[in-house]
Design a protein around this ligand. Structure first.
Ligand code: ATP
Length: 355
């Protein structure tokens, strides 16, 4: 039976890297006989500016009910300073599909990409589980006395027992399923004594169900320090929505930059999941054939694992590794190729690896 995939290139470099990601996906699907039905959708800034559409309810429901995956490029455009369309579409999927686990692997594929003088690529290999439906992203708050010297601005940090418990459990389950031995949880419970004490308490409780895995707590500031000082300390890191956003940009720096970081948004056990590179729409380089297409390619790899083909994720990762080693890549990772040529080089290697 065919598996349906909604494809939303979105804005800026999202359009350029998704074009190449789809070509890669079509290549492996054709060579391996996968029956994929790609459904191309134009939601993004252009459409929003044209007719005000962000994510129509009917389309959302059809995607929810018929798709096994969503492949998203990136959202954000300087012509929409409010970012309303991006929020509607991105949060529409994350919150609407209750994709509570944002899984972001931090894996350095070549020694040349490691920014740490004492740590080569193999030292940098861990996965961040970012809570994806709560925290400050719920946007509970407000502003009063706006534009006066007495202005007050508030954003509440929303943490529910259910939300905290399920992301922590997902991190432990992932560790167990992948044979990893350590789960670190990062919060700021020394400063946020109510909201983050919940994280600490639930982490300690859930960890008792996984005696085979070492559970360690860190304040998020210490986590940042240790990620740079000694990344070998980590296998799986679980943290809240805001901290997850920040530490995975640091993580991206450890793996060669935002052009190398893929991600998945899932509700474990449910069919429809969303896949998007960690990077945004990068307006500064959009339309110049400069964007690194490998983050989107690695994201396609994660999607293929979700669709039941983990061997193809490994193969794409090998292809990216070979391209980086041969300098067949874009300038951000030490090459001289444009987006299209780097993606073509990857497809050539993937074709060879497919045999
Ligand atoms: P967002 O808020 O949507 O996450 P951002 O403003 O944090 O986006 P990004 O678009 O993620 O910014 O990227 C920050 C910078 O990193 C870009 O301006 C660009 O210079 C660089 N960058 C991001 N992605 C890539 C890529 N795929 N290839 C090359 N450079 C990239």
């Amino acid at each position: 039976m065919s598996q349906r995939i909604a494809v939303l290139p979105g804005d800026g470099i999202g359009v350029e890297v998704t074009r190449e990601a789809v070509a890669l996906l079509e290549l492996v699907a054709q060579r391996r006989g996968l029956d994929l039905d790609l459904w191309h959708l134009d939601y993004g800034a252009d459409r929003f500016l044209r007719d005000g559409t962000t994510l129509p309810t009917q389309a959302f429901e059809e995607i929810r009910d018929t798709c096994a995956a969503i492949l998203l490029g990136a959202l954000g455009d300087p012509r929409v300073p409010s970012n309303d369309h991006a929020r509607d579409i991105l949060f529409g999927f994350r919150f609407g599909l209750d994709l509570y686990a944002n899984i972001r692997p931090v894996r350095c594929l070549d020694d040349r990409l490691s920014p740490l003088k004492d740590h080569a690529a193999k030292a940098i290999d861990f996965t961040v589980f970012r809570e994806n439906t709560e925290g400050v992203y719920v946007n509970v708050g407000g502003q009063v006395r706006r534009n006066t010297p007495d202005e007050i601005a508030i954003n509440e940090d929303i943490n529910t027992r259910k939300g905290v418990e399920r992301i922590i459990r997902a991190a432990f389950e992932h560790a167990r399923a992948t044979g990893k031995k350590r789960v670190h949880m990062a919060d700021k419970s020394n400063a946020m004594k109510h909201a983050h004490e919940l994280w600490l308490r639930v982490f300690r409780l859930v960890s008792t169900e996984y005696p085979d895995i070492t559970a360690k707590h860190l304040y998020v500031d210490a986590l940042c320090l240790l990620m740079v000082r000694d990344p070998t300390l980590f296998d799986v890191i679980v943290t809240n929505n805001l901290f997850g956003d920040i530490v995975t940009d640091l993580g991206a720096a450890l793996q060669g930059g935002l052009g190398m970081a893929g991600s998945a948004n899932v509700h474990p056990g449910r069919r429809c999941a969303m896949f998007e590179p960690v990077h945004g729409s990068a307006p500064d380089i959009a339309g110049q054939d400069r964007a690194n297409p490998f983050a989107a390619a690695l994201t396609v790899g994660m999607m293929l694992t979700h669709l039941g083909h983990p061997d193809l994720e490994a193969l794409i990762e090998d292809g990216v590794r070979e391209c980086i080693r041969a300098h067949a890549c874009t300038a951000d990772v030490g090459g001289t190729l444009g987006t299209r040529a780097a993606a073509e080089a990857l497809r050539a290697r993937v074709t060879a690896l497919l045999g």
